[in-house]
Design a protein around this ligand. Structure first.
Ligand code: ATP
Ligand code: MG
Length: 445
């Protein structure tokens, strides 16, 4: 993309309504525009990051054997009456009537609808195990939408639902989700710690929330410092191997980490004092095992091997995709702007032409731009007729992790500059070497 042809409405001033860094930076970097309280338009730069996160979520869900589908945002109230949640859900649910006076709602989650799909098409244990998921907009009429996309009213969520014959099978699905989530967050460059949680209106006995440590987080968290250092790394996981998957879950959940809802002071006090941490976290996902809560209420049964009909065992699992954009920025920014991890950056590299209109720099920039694109990269070339300072400020604000700077002085020696947004360090090298370095950096991403 050439910046002169892009739509990047950056703001010079700090928006007064933004209380936290991610909200302020998303507005300033032209990523989102508020359309109503808690409802945002995703401008091109923000949309690109959102799409990238969706892509990672899809890849990791499918790696775990989960199957994508797409359910609508609008649902019928009758479905929710079957589970008893139409009355239980409260004012967070946006309810309305269509022209025929039928009661409808904008889905805050999809347990009822997926159970309805399941019961319409599956009747035998032979079709299990099955995990279906989608990435779809949700609406919850939050009392206090705030912090931009972190607590919106309309927000994008990945929600997945497992269907199994037995409790053991369903617990394996739960574990599979935990591991696939850990892998998802790690690929995004985030450390999200699974913490034992309360089940709330979804119901159920087993549940973990995934929290990104950040002092602007809304949850109070208590943990053993050792948990923050755990990494999946490049381990190959066989998602069908129950023991292997369960062992990974054990590794990540046997170190103390809880939110204020489940915090146990006595257990916490057993951690060596120098490792005890109290802080704040952003909830970026949650997994639940709830057994037959919805299947029993809604008559989603399967024939078991012995011929009896049993309600299917279920769980539901969510990732806050749009909230993650904010969480990523909370975890990766400085006073100049965003610093995208390579795994989620909207463009791989920025190209800054220090002397637009100069035949030599223009030609060199075009060549770098073309070579990067030919190699499969998505560069953002700042080809505007602007001062160098303004170009650098824009690049720093939007946070591309790497920048190639091309100016007449360097070109005279056949050199360009490669700069890391995170460290600020620059290195002079030939254009070919810079392109090769970019390829090296992204090879493992
Ligand atoms: N209002 C919201 N805006 C943006 N993302 C949200 C919002 N509510 C929930 N999410 C995201 O969707 C994920 C799955 O939804 P879940 O039902 O667990 O939310 P929740 O526990 O009600 O969230 P919270 O406690 O933050 O209100 C959450 O972990 C969170 O990342
Ligand atoms: Mg939750």
């Amino acid at each position: 993309m050439r910046l002169s042809r892009y739509f990047l409405p950056v703001l010079k001033e700090n928006p007064a309504e933004a209380q936290i860094a991610s909200h302020r930076l998303m507005l300033r970097a032209g990523m989102i525009k508020q359309e109503a309280a808690g409802i945002y338009a995703w401008l091109p730069l923000g949309f690109k990051v959102l799409r990238r996160l969706e892509q990672i979520v899809h890849e990791e869900q499918q790696r775990a054997g989960h199957i994508p589908l797409l359910m609508p945002t609008l649902q019928s109230a009758d479905l929710w009456r079957e589970s008893g949640r139409y009355d239980a859900y409260g004012p967070e649910m946006l309810r309305f009537k269509d022209r025929h006076d039928r009661e409808m709602l904008y889905g805050p989650t999809n347990e009822e609808m997926i159970t309805d799909i399941f019961r319409a098409h599956v009747s035998s244990y032979k079709e299990l195990p099955l995990t279906l998921y989608h990435i779809q907009w949700k609406f919850r009429d939050e009392v206090r939408p705030r912090f931009g996309v972190m607590r919106g009213r309309e927000f994008l969520m990945k929600d997945g639902y497992n269907f199994d014959l037995t409790r053991e099978d369903a617990l394996h699905a739960y574990n599979r989700h935990m591991v696939s989530y850990l892998r998802t967050y790690e690929r995004m460059g985030l450390t999200a710690i699974p913490m034992r949680a309360d089940s709330g209106p979804i119901g159920g006995e087993n549940t973990h929330e995934f929290l990104v440590l950040a002092n602007t987080g809304e949850s109070e968290v208590f943990y053993d410092a050792a948990v923050a250092g755990l990494k999946l790394g490049d381990r190959q996981v066989d998602y069908d191997n129950r023991e292997e998957v369960a062992d990974i879950c054990k590794e990540f959940t046997s170190v103390y980490a809880r939110t204020d809802e489940t915090h146990d002071e006595a257990l916490f006090d057993r951690i060596p004092e120098d490792r005890r941490r109290v802080g704040r976290g952003i909830e970026v996902g949650q997994i639940f095992y709830f057994g037959t809560k919805y299947s029993a209420a809604m008559g989603a049964t399967v024939t078991a091997p012995d011929g009896t009909k049993v309600p299917v065992e279920m769980g539901s699992h969510g990732i806050g995709v749009s909230r993650l954009v904010g969480a990523l920025i909370e975890a990766n920014h400085d006073d100049k702007g965003i610093i995208w991890p390579e795994g989620v950056t909207p463009f791989h590299v920025g190209i800054v032409n220090l002397k637009q209109g100069d035949a030599a720099t223009d030609t060199a920039c075009e060549a770098i731009y073309g070579a990067l694109r030919a190699a499969g990269f998505d560069p953002l070339y700042d080809d505007r007729d602007e001062r160098a300072g303004a170009k650098f400020a824009t690049m720093d604000l939007i946070g591309l992790p790497w920048r190639i700077t091309v100016g007449p002085r360097g070109l005279a020696k056949n050199l360009v500059e490669l700069t890391s947004r995170r460290t600020g360090e620059s290195e002079e090298m030939t254009a070919e070497a810079a392109i090769a370095r970019i390829a090296e950096i992204y090879a493992g991403v």
